[in-house]
Design a protein around this ligand. Structure first.
Ligand code: SF4
Length: 307
């Protein structure tokens, strides 16, 4: 069963940080070497051109992560725990409770409309719990969030992508954290690339079943003088060729000590423009919650990092 009686019991929020209307919250998730483990989640406010409001919830699938991406705060922690499907679902329940508690009397409560597995962890490294949680989210009943509003973000676990293909969920959104489009650079930044080079990752996406309108989201963290040159944009455009993708340029949010620096704003704009000229649908993500350590790759309790 995807959910357990134990997980349905209310769990106290162990930490909560608010930044405007963005909220990061942590739930206890056991202990490791006498230290409290926590899930970390972020409720992100969204608004469209018509003024409609809703929220996206970024959930964790693990505490820490063993993928070791060199620009990622969570990667520095190593893998401390896989979350159960109940612990993943509890993040959604808690987010809804927090929104209800914040609601202004008489006004409709904006709901969690989208789920993104972009918090701590590599979701496809905890495949069974994550897919059980997705099934429960999408089922009629408590959550009712269609697969088309759930995004799984992977660093490129091709075995996991192929297992996900076999689930026959063609409307589920898939995001790939790419950040480098040549094997030499990606080998340096993301160790998984040594085992699963870019060509294999690309082929897994080409083979992935999807409905006509579903595009893959390609996440690209902008690192100053590392991956932000015109040649890098050209390599990225070549890798994306024939794939139905939207490229999302993500500002890097350094913590101390930081090995990398964020790309300059003008460099990011030039990179974006170059990509678009090369025919790639691309956008630049505004970072909400940077001071909360809650932007992409920025989750993770600093006290638990390997350093
Ligand atoms: S970027 Fe994702 S996969 Fe890589 S270490 Fe961070 S959490 Fe893990």
């Amino acid at each position: 069963m995807a959910d357990t009686a134990e997980s349905i019991a209310p769990i106290a929020v162990s930490r909560i940080v608010r930044e405007g209307t963005a909220v990061k919250f942590c739930l206890p998730a056991g202990r490791y070497k006498n230290q409290l483990l926590e899930t970390e989640s972020v409720i992100i406010p969204m608004r469209n051109f018509h003024g409609d409001r809703w929220f996206t919830l970024c959930v964790s699938s693990q505490v820490g992560c063993r993928m070791g991406c060199t620009f990622c705060q969570t990667g520095m922690m190593g893998l401390l725990s896989n979350l159960t499907s109940g612990q993943i679902l509890q993040q959604l329940r808690t987010a809804r409770e927090l929104l209800r508690a914040d609601a202004t009397d008489g006004l409709p409560i904006p709901d969690i409309r989208n789920i993104v597995f972009m918090g701590m962890g590599e979701p496809l490294d905890n495949f069974d719990a994550v897919t059980q949680a997705i099934s429960a989210m999408a089922a009629p009943g408590e959550f009712n969030i269609p697969l088309s509003r759930i995004t799984v973000s992977t660093v490129g676990r091709v075995d996991g992508i192929r297992k996900l293909s076999a689930m026959n969920w063609p409307t589920l959104r898939l995001a790939v954290s790419l950040t480098a489009a040549t094997d030499s650079l990606r080998n340096e930044l993301m160790p998984i690339n040594k085992a699963v080079p870019l060509a294999q990752l690309r082929q897994a996406l080409l083979d992935y079943p999807r409905t006509g309108r579903t595009r893959f989201l390609i996440e690209y963290v902008m690192l100053k003088d590392v991956n932000d040159s015109p040649a890098d944009a050209e390599a990225l455009a070549r890798w994306c060729e024939a794939l139905p993708v939207t490229v999302n340029l993500i500002p890097y949010n350094p913590q101390n000590p930081a090995r990398f620096a964020p790309s300059e704003s003008e460099t990011t704009v030039a990179f974006l423009t170059h990509l678009r000229k090369l025919g790639i649908l691309a956008k630049r993500r505004a970072t909400i919650g940077q001071p909360l350590m809650a932007a992409c790759g920025q989750l993770g309790n600093p006290a638990l990092r390997r350093g």
